[in-house]
Design a protein around this ligand. Structure first.
Ligand code: HEM
Length: 509
């Protein structure tokens, strides 16, 4: 070999690579366990299709189109499938098969390596090991018991009331207020205080905290990190996608998180209000070790984000999409105002029987499915929706496509709380009778189901009801928001700005 010229070496290397690529294509197209499933050709042999659609921010919509073209199971990457159930005679629901199957709360389809950052402690949301996950989830669960959540309701009122007061002062300005950022502030303030008693004061100061800046500053970078997990050799390139300003604010946010936790550790057992971290920081136990502190940092950061992000979207979108359907908005406002003579009487318990409010929130959960990027799992070698999925293949439910399909929902692209009304409700409409409402799980299923579901319901009901009881909300312009056009999914849904005015309701007579 030593007598070969540089040119001959290059030909040799190129030849070897071509042979490897050809074998790889043949293997993935004809012999790989996923090869029996249809999908875009390029997705069968390369992760480029997956990467491209994520980068455009329209990945959920691309998946929806793929289902239309290829049927109920689509191969979206060489080793990854998406599935939605057929409507006629659902034998088994792929959603239940994938996420619901477990043995003593240990899931059978393990979480795929999708969103975790780094190799350290993985907290609760990123933890793939089901035993470790179960351990953390069990420790945290008392923080989300009915009793604990009821005790935490005052924190929700504190920030919603502050928001209402602020809007009484500035909500009638000619230019209006931008509701996306305000709902971010309210939701994140609630979440930070509930998670580990940190007061971010965004609503009070009417400005974003370092946490909020950092989170959105690194959204695209986190997305790139997730995509590059499918291209392991390119991982070092990920830092090209993070602007220095985002890196700085991320470092600041981590520092703040650490400092808050230190403060919280010092005050363990001595706080006025309950928070979630209380469950992990027993007052009697010795101060946590360095390793335990790191683990706490991860979990508290995850609780802060998991408790803020979807709730902020629900606050915004229930008002945003309701306002764009004036008849629907009117029905919701009427139900709330006719149910309460006094603002002080608006509590989560008193709101629970309101059917149109429930329907509106469920409809926002359908219309804006939070985990639009998907929830991939690794098959243990099992049947999903009547088909055998080989061990090791990644598989996930087509949540977003399900919410958009006329096979499952009448008028799926319109905002229609009527989907969720019971038959005896005066606004029930027979056109929605065959909707697949009982197959929709916006908070997930099984051992990894959202731990904060009940808390979220309280927050959503209280915010929407108190705001619509207090104000006539007016859109500043007739700018129509179209979900598919105006929302983008990177790691988190990027939402459009939405300007409104808040006119206090006159109850003087
Ligand atoms: C409208 C509001 C919310 C929605 C739609 C929502 C939805 C979800 C979904 C779909 C999952 C993933 C389930 C899976 O991986 O299979 C999840 C997980 C989780 N959520 Fe929520 N969530 C909401 C609010 C909250 C709140 C208020 C908290 C409070 C801290 C919270 C904490 C969590 C945590 C810790 C997990 C990880 C659970 C685990 O892996 O065991 N969520 N949520």
């Amino acid at each position: 070999m030593s007598h070969l010229t540089v040119g001959q070496y290059a030909i040799l290397v190129f030849g070897a690579m071509s042979v490897y690529a050809s074998f790889r294509c043949i293997y993935f197209t004809y012999f790989h366990p996923a090869s029996k499933f249809p999908g875009p050709r390029i997705a069968a042999i390369s992760n480029v299709w997956y990467a491209y659609h994520w980068i455009t921010g329209k990945y959920p919509m691309a998946i929806e189109n793929a289902f239309k073209k290829y049927g109920d199971v689509v191969r979206i990457a060489p080793n990854e499938l998406k599935n939605i159930p057929p409507l006629s005679g659902i034998k088994s629901d792929s959603n239940l098969d994938i996420y619901g199957s477990h043995s003593k709360h240990i899931e059978k389809f393990l979480k795929a390596d999708f969103i975790s950052l780094g190799d350290g402690d993985q907290g609760i949301t990123w933890e793939k090991d089901p035993i470790k996950h179960r351990h953390t989830a069990k420790k945290l669960s008392p923080a989300f018991s009915a009793k604990s959540i009821k005790a935490k309701e005052s924190t929700i009122h504190k920030y919603v009331d502050l928001f209402v007061q602020k809007m009484k002062k500035i909500g009638q300005n000619e230019q209006g207020v931008e509701l996306k950022i305000w709902t971010d502030w309210v939701s994140m303030d609630i979440s930070a205080e509930l998670s580990y008693s940190r007061e971010l004061e965004q609503v009070e100061k009417m400005s974003s905290s370092a946490f909020l800046h950092a989170l959105w500053g690194v959204n695209f970078f986190v997305n790139v990190h997730q995509i590059l997990k499918k291209f392991p050799l390119s991982v070092p390139l990920q830092f090209l996608f993070v602007p220095p300003s985002a890196l700085i604010s991320e470092l600041q946010a981590r520092k703040l998180n650490r400092e808050t936790l230190e403060w919280r550790i010092e005050h363990r057992g001595g706080l006025e209000h309950l928070d979630h971290v209380e469950q992990l920081l027993s007052a009697e136990a010795p101060p946590p070790t360095g390793q335990e502190r790191k683990a706490l940092e991860v979990v508290s950061g995850q609780l802060l984000i998991a408790g803020y992000l979807p709730v902020a979207s629900q606050f915004l979108c229930t008002i945003m999409f309701g306002l764009q359907e004036p008849d629907i908005h009117r029905l919701l406002v009427r139900e709330i105002r006719e149910s309460f003579a006094r603002y002080e009487d608006i509590t989560a318990e008193a709101l629970a029987p309101l059917k149109f409010l429930h329907g509106s929130i469920m409809e926002t959960l359908r219309f804006t499915f939070v985990e639009g990027g998907g929830l991939p799992r690794v098959s243990p070698g099992a049947i999903v929706d009547g088909r055998y999925i080989e061990k090791g293949l990644q598989v996930q439910y087509g949540h977003f496509a399900f919410t958009r399909s006329p096979r499952y929902f009448h008028e799926p692209r319109s905002y229609r709380p009527q989907h969720w009304l019971p038959k005896d409700h005066p606004h029930w409409n027979a056109a929605f009778e065959n909707d697949a409402t009982s197959h929709y799980y916006p908070f997930g299923l099984g051992p990894r189901q959202c731990i904060g579901m009940e808390l979220a319901w309280r927050e959503m009901r209280i915010f929407v009801a108190k705001v619509l009881w207090s104000f006539d909300v007016e859109m500043v312009s007739d700018h129509k928001i179209v979900y598919e056009r105006d929302f983008k999914m990177h790691r988190m849904w990027e939402k459009p700005e939405f300007w409104v005015r808040f006119h206090p309701v006159d109850r003087s007579d």
